[in-house]
Design a protein around this ligand. Structure first.
Ligand SMILES: NC(=O)c1ccc[n+]([C@@H]2O[C@H](COP(=O)([O-])OP(=O)(O)OC[C@H]3O[C@@H](n4cnc5c(N)ncnc54)[C@H](OP(=O)(O)O)[C@@H]3O)[C@@H](O)[C@H]2O)c1
Length: 346
């Protein structure tokens, strides 16, 4: 029997809440388990083309500044903060080579427009940081009718990568000395999610503040499973064509809780400021996966902050990855305009 079969439906999604997710993160934050060394300031990525989604705020902006300081050509793929956030990244990094491209990742038509633009400009990515994310107060439908976290955390990335691989935006043939890298910002919340409900795949379900964290974890399980499947598909038979990594940055004092109700904010804000890491600190594992020499010769690595861990067994299971790939392939197909032969590869 397939262990993914989940008869509990979406109401059975996940089984732990925000408190357990934060507790795990804090325990890991203060654990003595061996950590990776930080990336030295001297590590340069001069001229490398780096795209970061959701780079106008929080973690994404901190990553954009760090990669710009290291000499990258920065493309901030954002739906807001244009052009102010780009100017801020230029000022903070001293690197004028920063541009912003508009995209709303909850709308697959907008994702398609971004891909068309990148293809037309013949952009070749060296580093892609798939960072954008959100925690809505309650379920919202995207223009294509999907639940918004499913769409932003997973489906938009699925379409972006399918287009980039097809269009050559992500060069798969060793064009340069270094292979390109793709870094997915996931969350430890994926570890406590119930299996992907393939029987109701991509179905919209209503939820409110009480269940939001469960659906957040579920959407990040989709993303973590996709990251592992992409890693296997792009690097068959031990080849290394693209370094595909993922991570949880740990709890961050960012804008992620912006939708939380007014009565929670007076409690949450001081807790976040006191206990959570700054976006600059949280950027360390992202930049390590994106720039460190030892991460160019590996793929499929998962970090929780600066510790290497295993993603959940569900995310690692190739049968889940194949199923997710095939079922989401059908969803993005109308936005790809491909023939059947191409479809099988995407
Ligand atoms: N904060 C934490 O404790 C924590 C813990 C684990 C993992 N993470 C992950 O870290 C990542 C960054 O989050 P953060 O903490 O830095 O939060 P944040 O400050 O709220 O930043 C989130 C970014 O995602 C963008 N975004 C959201 N929906 C989008 C859409 N439809 N189209 C385009 N961009 C969109 C936001 O753009 P707008 O400003 O336009 O909305 C913003 O730039 C997320 O993937 C999050 O799940 C965060």
């Amino acid at each position: 029997m397939n262990n993914n079969h989940n008869n509990r439906g979406a109401s059975g999604v996940g089984h732990k809440g925000v408190i357990s997710a934060v507790t795990t993160a804090l325990l890991d934050l203060f654990s003595r388990q061996e950590q990776l060394p930080g990336l030295p300031d001297a590590q340069r990525i001069d001229g490398k083309v780096c795209l970061i989604t959701g780079a106008n705020s929080g973690l994404g902006k901190a990553v954009a500044i760090d990669l710009a300081r290291r000499g990258g050509h920065i493309i901030m793929a954002c739906r807001s903060g244009i052009p102010a956030a780009g100017e801020e990244v230029k000022r903070a990094s001293g690197n004028p080579n920063v541009e912003m491209l508009a995209v709303d990742l909850s709308d697959l038509r907008s994702v398609t427009r971004l891909c068309d633009q990148m293809q037309a400009r013949n952009i070749k990515l060296d580093i892609a940081v798939m960072n954008a994310g959100l925690m809505p107060l309650h379920a919202r439908k995207t223009p294509q009718g999907y639940e918004i976290m499913f769409a932003v955390h997973f489906l938009a990335n699925r379409l972006l990568l399918a287009r980039w691989c097809r269009d050559g935006v992500l060069p798969l043939q060793g064009r340069r000395a270094d292979v390109p890298r793709v870094v997915f910002v996931s969350s430890e919340a994926h570890q406590s999610s119930a299996p992907i409900d393939f029987d109701h795949f991509a179905a919209f379900h209503h939820y409110g503040i009480k269940d939001g964290m469960k659906f957040y974890g579920q959407s990040k399980l989709h993303l973590s499973t996709f990251a592992q499947e992409l890693h296997r598909r792009l690097n068959p038979n031990g080849e290394l064509n693209v370094a595909v990594h993922s991570l949880c940055p740990g709890p961050i004092a960012s804008n992620i809780a912006r939708e939380s109700p007014a009565y929670i904010k007076p409690i949450l804000s001081p807790i976040m400021k006191l206990l959570f890491r700054s976006p600059q600190q949280a950027a360390a594992p992202v930049c390590y996966l994106a720039c460190a020499d030892d991460m160019a010769s590996r793929s499929g690595v998962y970090l929780h902050m600066m510790r290497e861990k295993q993603p959940s067994p569900l995310a690692l299971d190739p049968s889940n990855g194949q199923r997710l790939w095939a079922m989401s392939g059908d969803l993005i197909q109308p936005f790809l305009h491909t023939n059947q032969r191409e479809k099988e590869c995407l």
